[in-house]
Ligand binder design. Sequence first.
Ligand code: PRT
Ligand code: ZN
Length: 283
Amino acid sequence: MLTIAIQNKGRLNEDTISLLADAGITASASHRKLISDAKGFPLHVLYLRDDDIPQAVAMGVADIGIVGLNEVLEKEQDVDILMKLGFGACRLSLAVPNAVDYPGLNWFEGKRVATSYPVILRNYFSENGIQAFVHEIAGSVEVAPAVGMADAIFDIVSSGGTLIQNGLREEDTVIHSEAVLIGNPHIDAEKKADIDKLMFRFRSILESKGMKYVLMNLPKEKVPEAVAILPGMKSPTLLPLADEAWVSLHVVLHEDTLWEKIEQLKNIGAEDILVLALENVIR
Ligand code: PRT
Ligand code: ZN
């Protein structure tokens, strides 16, 4: 049976549990357990600190894991990145005190930079030919410049609020991160088949994000114009109505273009437009 390592508590725990739930898999959210059996899929769930997940997967203690890309890159363990999961978005950035007049990356030459991500930062500096002092600290990296422990920091940024509160300014984004599914590279065929099944479910959930199912009544003669408004679709679905001059048109739209398309369809005579939530897109 497949074993998945997930964060036991913290920022990724809730979204991970709800992604599994959307995929029909009930995993206990309990923070005290180390391991439990999920319902709805043959799966052991191992609850770990996010820092330990890449190693657990590389060692085969877990076959797969859900963790931030930032942790995967930092730990440099032998794992495959199987797919991005669309939550836990953040970036790893260099930030300097507001008072600094920042000319570019060269500013970091000879400077002390505090971070919890020394591996990623050292790699970045060496790729860019910068010689700086990387100070690893475990937490509260953002206070290091104010207390004189560092000249700048390299840390996770999401809204940017923490930087502002600490008088720091984001200057250089090094990586964009989000939660990813990782896998042990030496998995047997049986487990591989289960991982494929799981990924198929995750993909259908991700694809349906932001999608709406839209239906409307349309004068039959307007169908070619409606099709022209809806490019990129294989074809909208048309169903006959009792009144033969009208059809019912069904289409899946992304919410980014939803209102624009609906206005255009209204302008050519669409009526009684229903917009419904879409749970899964299975291709
Ligand atoms: O206990 P454990 O080791 O498992 O957890 P942890 O404390 O190491 O990590 P946790 O739970 O804080 O974060 C888990 C993962 O969530 C990270 O590895 C990232 O992949 C992701 N993530 C997404 C974030 C953030 N957004 C985030 N904003 N992780 C941390 N932050 C911090 C950031 O460092 C900043 O100090 O939240 C603070 C607020 O950010 P702003 O910019 O919104 O103010
Ligand atoms: Zn951690």
